[in-house]
Design a protein around this ligand. Sequence first.
Ligand SMILES: O=P(O)(O)OC[C@H]1O[C@H](OP(=O)(O)OP(=O)(O)O)[C@H](O)[C@@H]1O
Ligand SMILES: Nc1ncnc2[nH]cnc12
Length: 170
Amino acid sequence: MDFKTLIREIPDFPQPGILFRDITPLLADGEAYQKAINKLAVFAKEKGAELIVGPEARGYVVGAPLAYALTAGFVPVRKKGKLPGQTLAVQYGLEYGNDVLEIHVDAIQPGQRVVVADDLLATGGTMSATIDLVKKLGGNVVGGAFLIELMELGGRNKLGDLDVFTLVQY
Ligand SMILES: O=P(O)(O)OC[C@H]1O[C@H](OP(=O)(O)OP(=O)(O)O)[C@H](O)[C@@H]1O
Ligand SMILES: Nc1ncnc2[nH]cnc12
């Protein structure tokens, strides 16, 4: 399946100079969405994932169905002030801004095998912050799964020697 035909390019969003890769057409195509998640699931299963951790918001439309496909748990990483329990926070930068991500301090048991998941890997800022949170809670990050990788932004290098699977690359 040619997933790229279902990823729309929108210039100058959310700010001038950014070519936004919009996955909403892919999400709206049930067969393509399922096939895409199933491909990520093969990778995550090979890695022995017990938990999938994904950042708000697009990380949920990838991470939650991925967890369901594996019968694994899903842990949401949220933007500041949204999680109700005690949280651990980290500041981060991404291709077009800065923000704070949080996780519940009791969301991960030490040693649990975690695959982190998101729709898109750009600079890697969001995912390195997510991994930082998981590691601080004692999680064992065994892989990263993404629908899209923007190669020229070098996000993969920011994730060290983590085993990273991406469905499509630009
Ligand atoms: O590799 P990076 O440079 O960090 O960029 C990738 C991140 O940017 C987008 O999230 P965004 O913060 O726009 O939030 P959203 O999911 O709520 O749209 C995307 O879903 C990734 O999480
Ligand atoms: N170019 C891009 N398109 C969509 N989401 C993004 N997140 C960071 N960079 C992005």
